[in-house]
Design a binder for this molecule. Structure first.
Ligand code: DOR
Ligand code: ZN
Length: 346
């Protein structure tokens, strides 16, 4: 039996939503992860320190009491609505851990996002001054650019000029999905990246070839097998610039299975098993702890966890949930049941 003990993992990119959906999903994250970088694209977006503190309270109020050591940390939504003095206070008080930039229109609840990174220079000066990371959804919204080329286009046209103008700014490319993204990170010493379980374990043929799979539809879209291989290589070789961010993004099945599927994969439940499976397939389980814990702790400057988790690959009869239900009557599909059937987490 294959078995490995890893430091208790962190999730550096997660959507916890609000209300009934928050209540239904937060336990999956709170029980499995220690730090959770909570995305601010709720409605309305989190743009002030008071919003962030109140949202954090709702998250902690909704989290189960048996969570081992759950530490949600908050990102503000990059927009003109952010008051820079408020931002400085929030950073100094430890309420704001990061600022997240969404290109307007790129993904769920991104309407309040930006149309040009460089337009936020003053805000980014505060981040650079305080050593706070800018989290970037790196995806062009130019309709003339092929959907599979939009990460590379954003990196070239938007993020590269910013990194050149502000080389000291700490940046995280969120849910990096392409070889171009991996190369961008390698070329920029102050740029790190989160990588999702689904971008590591699937490629676009899984999304499109055998019936279109709305449950695999996310932004940035899962890309080619070449891109997948570049991501897998970056994380399994232990490159310290890459850390896990599940991008767990629950949507009700009513929003996924329709003429216009919402983007998002809910993988807080089994994302760890999915990642373990990828590392195992590449004989790289020894690097798993770095990816799900060590690298992120170093990138965000937090201490290593006290607890550990054990992952065992064993064939057991398990009654695995494939969906969850919310008190509002919605269902959400859990990604990774196949991998979860092969792994036990203790
Ligand atoms: O697939 C995604 N879903 N990508 C994002 O960037 C946002 C997320 C969501 O909030 O649903
Ligand atoms: Zn996300």
């Amino acid at each position: 039996m294959t078995s490995i003990t890893i430091p208790f993992p962190d999730d550096w990119h997660v959507h916890l939503r609000d209300g009934a959906m928050l209540d239904a999903v937060v336990g999956y994250t709170a029980r499995r992860f220690r730090y959770a970088m909570v995305m601010p694209n709720v409605v309305p977006p989190i743009t002030s320190v008071a919003d962030a503190a109140a949202y954090r309270d709702r998250i902690l109020g909704s989290a189960p009491s048996d969570a081992v050591d759950f530490r949600p940390v908050m990102a503000l939504y990059c927009s003109d609505a952010i008051d820079l003095a408020d931002l400085r206070t929030g950073i100094a008080d430890g309420v704001v851990a990061a600022v997240k930039y969404y290109p307007a229109g790129a993904t769920t609840n991104s309407e309040a996002g930006g149309t040009s990174l460089l337009a936020f220079r003053e805000l980014f000066d505060v981040l650079a001054d305080t050593g706070t990371r800018l989290l970037v959804h790196a995806e062009s919204t130019d309709p003339s650019i092929d959907i599979f080329d939009r990460e590379a286009a954003f990196l070239d046209n938007q993020l590269a000029p910013l990194c050149e103008a502000m080389p000291e700014l700490l940046v995280t490319v969120e849910h990096v999905s392409t070889r171009a993204g991996v190369e961008f990170v390698a070329a920029h010493p102050h740029v790190a990246a989160t990588v999702t379980p689904h971008h590591l374990a699937r490629e676009r043929s899984d999304l499109l070839a055998d019936g279109m799979r709305p449950d695999l539809y996310c932004k940035p879209v899962i890309n080619s097998s070449e891109d997948q291989a570049a991501l897998v290589e970056a994380v399994t070789t232990g490159d310290p610039a890459f850390m896990m961010g599940t991008d767990s993004a629950p949507h009700p099945t009513t929003a996924k299975y329709g003429p216009k599927a919402k983007a998002g994969v809910f993988n807080a439940a089994y994302g760890l098993e999915v990642v373990a499976d990828v590392f195992d397939q590449h004989d790289a389980l020894s690097q798993l702890g770095a990816f799900v814990s060590g690298n992120g702790c170093a990138i965000y400057g937090v201490e290593a966890p006290e607890h550990t988790l054990e992952l065992s690959k064993e064939t057991m009869d398990k009654d695995l949930a494939a969906e969850l239900s919310t008190s509002a009557g919605d269902s959400v599909v859990l990604f990774g049941t196949e991998e979860a059937s092969r792994w036990t987490v203790r």
